[in-house]
Design a protein around this ligand. Sequence first.
Ligand SMILES: N[C@@H](CCC(=O)N[C@@H](CS)C(=O)NCC(=O)O)C(=O)O
Length: 219
Amino acid sequence: MSLVLFAHPFSSYCQKVLIALYENDTPFTLRMLAPNDAEASTEHARIWPIKKMPTLVDDGHPVVEATIIVEHLTLRHPGRVRLLPADPREALDVRMLDRIFDNYVMTPMQKIVGDAIRRPDERDARGVADARALLDTTYRWLDGALAGREWAAGGDFGLADCAGAPALFYADWAHAIDPAFANVRAYRARLLARPSVTRAVDEARPYRPFFPLGAPDRD
Ligand SMILES: N[C@@H](CCC(=O)N[C@@H](CS)C(=O)NCC(=O)O)C(=O)O
């Protein structure tokens, strides 16, 4: 078996897959997509012209999109931690939470962060305001959904938590989770204490100075 992951440790979507790999100690080779590594970027673009990371190459076959990569790992490289429940209805709940984290936490978080990288005259104030409003709405919804739960979908740690960890980690930096949403804050803290997540966060620590909004001195 040969797994090669084109990724960068500071990228939220890459962390989603790294967490899944670390959960099961799945061996892989990291092909780092550093901004100054033209060779890796060219190879990545050849494999995946859309150029989004992470991209997994499994015995020569590309697998793209973080959720699909995690699903692929559960099918082709399963480990002791089952990242999707065997019961199809329970698995649907996990996939639903995964979509919520990607679409309504990651996407607005990326909008806020991406806007901060733009030149001032290219910024999108309305788009950022909408992103902040969406994050508040999602935090509120999540606060209710997470009540009484240890992990996002109510069962074991899984795909939804692989998505939730980097999403809430960076979203709280970009648009703080209000203390009123105690369940979301407690869930984020539980995620950060999970060894696979701690490892992903620690490996990304050297890149914090590059966070466009200024990384807070915590976490
Ligand atoms: N829908 C994609 C999103 C991946 C994504 O947005 N990756 C970012 C890094 S977190 C990226 O590749 N950014 C570089 C770029 O857009 O060129 C997934 O789920 O994998």
